[in-house]
Design a protein. Sequence first.
Length: 290
Amino acid sequence: MVYRSNNIMAYVSPGEDGKLFMHQILFFQQTLGMRVFICGINEKPALLKKIFNPDKNQFNGNITPEKLREFTKSALPAKALEHFSFRVKTGKRLPLLIRQSDKGGYEFMIVDKSNSGSSLSPREIDKLINYSYCPVMTLHENYPVKEIKKIVVPVDVTQSTRKKLLWATYFAKKYGAKIIIVSALTLNLDIKKSLVYRNSEKIKTLLSKRDVECEVQILNAHEQEKHQVILTFIRKENPDMVIIRTHQESNLNNTRIGKFVSELVHRCKAPVFTVNNYIPAIPDEFVLQL
């Protein structure tokens, strides 16, 4: 089976803020061997942004593919350019990015979560993750990725884990990384007698059969919020990537992303890779061929 298109899309606003972000994009391009489509969006900036961040918005309304190429050339080694393509869209950036996630043919999308003058706001990122038709990877420009040797995968036993684990397997095999399955147990039970433990051990066995090193950590979250417990664990472990599935906590509000996911995305400095129910899974045949 041939796996789709092997293309990544990265939303970049050219400027000084974007150069560090570009180096992280290059890391994933080089190690995954995918082609990167750099997307620029011409959107009229809000009045306050024009007043308080004039330098950071100098390209707004005047981005061209040529300027994106020159910006990329100024940020990355010249030989890297052969693996990059450039697209410019005009309109409101969030609807455009969601449309690109559906029609662009990308394996996943990369966006900057550092909340700089040119990056998406936390609220925009939440909405993008919420409605995206492809996985979204969020990177923080001030915390560069140099290797991926440890991947944390928070697991909720009430959710399907197949898509998340296929992506975790993909990244683990590409980078030779170890996966840590982590779950927060809210009930005051013997951990080894819990459903969480049994399901996590099944996941560990599944990954071991795929030759992926894996360990299971069950955390006691009694009288604590789950995201706080997981974030404390992540800070302690200092993983190189986190892979999560979006929660369906807020269907009444027409949103699929809950507080758990939002907190992990914005408070975790490592890359966070999100998938949801509406995203097709990687074919098993593709993962098994790695």
